[in-house]
Design a protein around this ligand. Structure first.
Ligand code: ASP
Ligand code: MG
Length: 420
């Protein structure tokens, strides 16, 4: 029997009407001959509410009890979905993580899969069950405690089940109808993509296009699970949604597939630090220990081969991090300076920057993408503060007030509104 995994996010199961609507989609696939594994999120807003309650008990709560509480949201939806399917005459039952059992590490609130044994669910399929409804986001640790996978983790549960059960596809039902060339709220010309490569999706997901949890895309890429992102509020056809797949399965020949942005960035510069072996380690070691997620890094070439005041060569170091980590970063640098590990003349913080990135696997084989990007920004009078590149991505840091303009300009420059 071919098998399909269908995942429904919080807005798709926000109340009983929506659960019924989702169940109709499940029934349709079951009637087409699929065995179906349904992965559900908690009803919209429920996980936030549960997290809020835990936090109100005190600041130093036990992470194991946090997981016991926040995992419960998915349990409710799983049971209600199974009941709704049964009511429609579809043989279904629910499974909480421990019943499968979904084995994970003991890193509470950030657990990772160890194994998803198939036996229990396979046996029920063999006995005539058509739909297994599984609570997303959760598992059980080697110690037998309830674990959760980190916010947005149900996407990852869905992909892991698709890999474990050899599903034909993993359909992620959400409140948007697919993956767009950019955020439609910023550019009215944003176009839904029919297909996008795993690697492009990974870049877009980690760059702030919040459609899928990044780990779910990593997992899908590793196990080559075709992932379809589609709306639960529209009728489903073969053309629905966006297929996230292997680049070999993509015909489109666009060099750039999408423009992503990240609004809340900050830029920190250490002026006149010694230019000596070990200086980068002395800066980024303490930042890492302080939990600062450093993104872009620029080191100037030595300003002077020898600087009298510093008795050696000096340079400047600039890096970016999320804006809400600036104070942590500043403190890590001040402490390192106090310990005598680094010495800088000045630490300058710019909290009014945003990151804009163009992404596309076509960049691997096409020159000139950077030039086109920089020309189009300069034509708008936008100054580029920091640049970084990877094989399939070019990112720039610019003043935040130009973010929308930059996204629109780049979307136009690479003609992303056209389907080829
Ligand atoms: N309910 C969890 C959350 O809100 C997991 C998920 O929905 O993916 O993060
Ligand atoms: Mg989600």
């Amino acid at each position: 029997m071919p098998l399909l995994v269908m995942k429904f996010g919080g807005t798709s199961v926000a109340d009983l009407d929506r659960i019924r609507n989702a169940a109709e989609k499940v029934r349709a696939e079951a009637e087409r001959g699929y065995d179906v594994i349904v992965i559900v999120s908690a009803m919209a807003g429920r996980t936030n509410e549960l997290v809020g309650w835990v936090e109100q008990t005190g600041p130093f709560y036990d992470a194991r009890e946090y997981d016991a509480v926040v995992a419960s949201g998915e349990n409710v939806t799983a049971g209600l979905m199974a009941l709704t399917l049964q009511e429609m005459g579809v043989p279904a039952r629910s499974w909480q993580g421990w019943q499968v059992p979904i084995q994970t590490t003991a890193q509470h609130a950030a657990a990772r899969f160890i194994d998803i044994p198939r036996d229990n669910i396979d046996q029920k399929f063999a006995e005539g069950m058509k739909v297994a409804v599984v609570a997303g986001f959760q598992g059980i640790s080697p110690e037998g405690r309830i674990t959760t996978l980190g916010r947005g983790g149900s996407d990852t549960t869905a992909v892991a089940f698709a890999a474990a059960f050899g599903a034909e596809r993993c359909d992620i039902y959400t409140d948007v109808d697919g993956v767009y060339t950019t955020d439609p709220r910023i550019s009215s010309k944003a176009r839904k993509l029919d297909r996008i490569a795993y690697e492009e999706m990974l870049e877009l997901a980690s760059l702030g296009a919040k459609v899928l949890q990044t780990r779910s895309v990593e997992l899908a890429m590793r196990y080559k699970v075709p992932l379809r992102v589609l709306s639960s509020f529209e009728d489903v056809t073969d053309a629905s949604g966006t297929l996230v797949c292997d680049e070999e399965d993509i015909m489109e020949s666009k060099v750039v597939s999408g423009v992503a942005y990240s609004r809340d960035e900050a830029k920190i510069t250490l002026f006149t630090i010694e230019d000596r072996p070990g200086i980068a380690a002395a800066i980024f070691g303490p930042l890492a220990e302080a939990g600062v997620n450093v993104d872009m890094i620029v080191q100037n070439i030595s300003e002077k081969d020898y600087d009298e005041a510093h008795a050696g060569a000096v340079t400047d170091m600039t890096f970016s991090c999320p804006v809400n980590q600036v104070e942590r970063a500043r403190k890590a640098m001040e402490d390192a300076q106090a310990r005598g590990e680094i010495a800088y003349d000045e630490l300058i913080v710019d909290t009014d920057v945003a990151k804009i990135s163009v992404v596309g696997i076509g960049m691997r084989s096409h020159a000139g993408v950077a030039a086109r990007m920089f020309q189009s920004l300069s034509a708008e009078g936008i100054n580029i503060k920091v640049i970084s590149t990877s094989e399939i991505k070019i990112s720039v840091l610019i003043d935040r007030k130009y973010m929308e303009l930059a996204v629109q300009a780049l979307h136009d420059a690479f003609e992303l509104e056209k389907a080829d």
